[in-house]
Structures are given as structure tokens and as C-alpha cells.
Design a protein around this ligand. Sequence first.
Ligand code: R5P
Length: 314
Amino acid sequence: MKADIKLVAGNSNRALSEAIAAYLSLPLAKAQVRRFADMEIFVEIQENVRGQDVFIIQSTSFPTNDHLMELLIISDALRRASAKRITAVIPYFGYARQDRKAGPRTPISAKLVANLITQSGVDRVLTVDLHAGQIQGFFDIPTDNLFAAPLMARDIQQHMDTSNVMVVSPDVGGVVRARALAKRIDAPLAIVDKRRERAGESEVMNIIGDVKGRSCILVDDIVDSGGTLCNAADALLADGAKEVYAYITHGVLSGGAVARIASSKLKELVLTDSIQPTEAVKVASNIRVISVAQLMGEAIGRTATGSSVSSLFD
Ligand code: R5P
């Protein structure tokens, strides 16, 4: 069965693609993704894919538009080469935060991107920790949203004394995600409630839950500027927390985020490699990366054989 699977890697996260291929004991298909002089993307799949079950591995991470366009063009090339089924394996689905009209005359870019991916010829999607689970419904094709929570729970159990741990959601929007992790490690839950009482006044952070003396673990899907995370860590420490850790699936880490986190009071930030860690991330003393390669490899294998993917999370 596995002989019929082809793995095609985009340029966004070669290391993760190689680790997934190693887990599945498969080579990455020979393919070239290059640029013309004007930076247009050109793709050439250099082996036969006719009638095959093909998985494209590509995160739509920074530079988001380039990586998204690569994914679309790889899919088009595979469709025109008569692949039997194309699955877009998107460890980090960019544009997910634009999932509703945030104001008048604004786009729902997550839906637009889902449409583009489907139109390019993709038959199904495999992703990890979508910003909001409902984004699955933006795709009119089967979409599996894998959870990093089991990986995080295992890592926490290996590295911490869970008897004094409190899982914390850094905002009200992340409560469901944080609660799921708290349940897995049998820990209580607290919430950071950010409120601006009056327009023009700065935000006040209220902690719902008693964090005094606790080892707090902030959980989120994305760390981008690091603002949410570092502010929440400060608020928890000000409220008497003993120490603050963070487990975050997608390390977007724009601008000076890594420096901000390195100089923050966070004891440790644990990220997954859904987005390829930069050199700055690799050398930061309080950032550690765990891999989703095995999780994604297993889900790919199960998709190929028509086995249950949801049972991965039982
Ligand atoms: C927002 O809803 C997300 O879950 C993250 O909390 C947010 O994207 C983090 O952004 P930043 O690191 O820039 O505060």
C-alpha cells in the first residue's frame, strides 16, 4: 500500500518533510520548486504520479503568500499529472486568524484561502491545531484537524511535576484548547481575562482562578509578536504564580518576538515544528521545539490506508 503514496515537499519546512518521510520509510518525491527571474514560481514533478495517492507537505508560514502560492502550483502540477488523490498536508495553516468579518468591508481571508486550495485540485486537507475548529467547514472537502495536545501532555509529564501545575488560557478565546490539555494532564484551569474598561484606557489583565504558588502553563495555538504570551506571563507572576511555562503549537514569531521572549520572565516556551524554527529560535535559551513529524506521518499513513485518524487522539 505504502508504495502508492508519494510525498512532495514544498520549501516551507524541508526538515519536517524529511522527518515525516523518515517516519513513513519513504523518500520525498523528486520535484523542483524554483523561481523565474521575476520571482514567479515554477514547479516540476520529476517522477510519475499518475494514479497515485499524493501528499504535499507545505506550511503556509512566512513568507505566507509565497508558500501558499507554492502549494497551489504544486497541486496544479500534480492534478495535471493525473495524481489519483491529492492531500494538502498543511502543518500550519496561515490566514486562519482572518476567519470572520472583523469589521465592515473586511474580508474572510481564511475562507478565500480554503477556496483557492480546493480549486487548485486538492482533494483533502490534513492540518494541525487550526486557529478555530470551525475553519474545517470552510473547506468543502474532507479536512482532518490534528491536535498537538497529546504531544504536549506527554512532554509536560516527562519534564514537570504535574501535581502543582495549573493550565492557563492567555485569553477567553483559547479556553476550549486549554481545557483539553488540562483534562489530559489532570490539572486545574485558569483564564487570563483581558479587558479594556473604557475606550482609551489600557487593558487590565484579570486572572480567573487561583494561581498563587502554582507552576503555570500557558497554552495557545499561535505565538506571533509574543505580546499575548509575555503579558499573560507577567500578569500570572504578579498574581503570585511560582513560575510560568508556555506550550504553543505554531511559532509564527514575527519581528522581534524571539528577543522579546528570550528577555521575558517565561521559564520556557515549548513550540512544535509546524513552522520551521529559525536559527534565533534554535539558540534561544528558553525556547524548546518538539516535533509533529510522527503525528503527521501516522495521520498520512492512516489516510492512505483508510484507517481512523481520530483514534490517534483517544
Ligand atoms: C489569537 O487569537 C491567537 O490565539 C494568539 O493568541 C495570537 O495570535 C498571539 O499573537 P501575539 O503573539 O502577537 O500576541
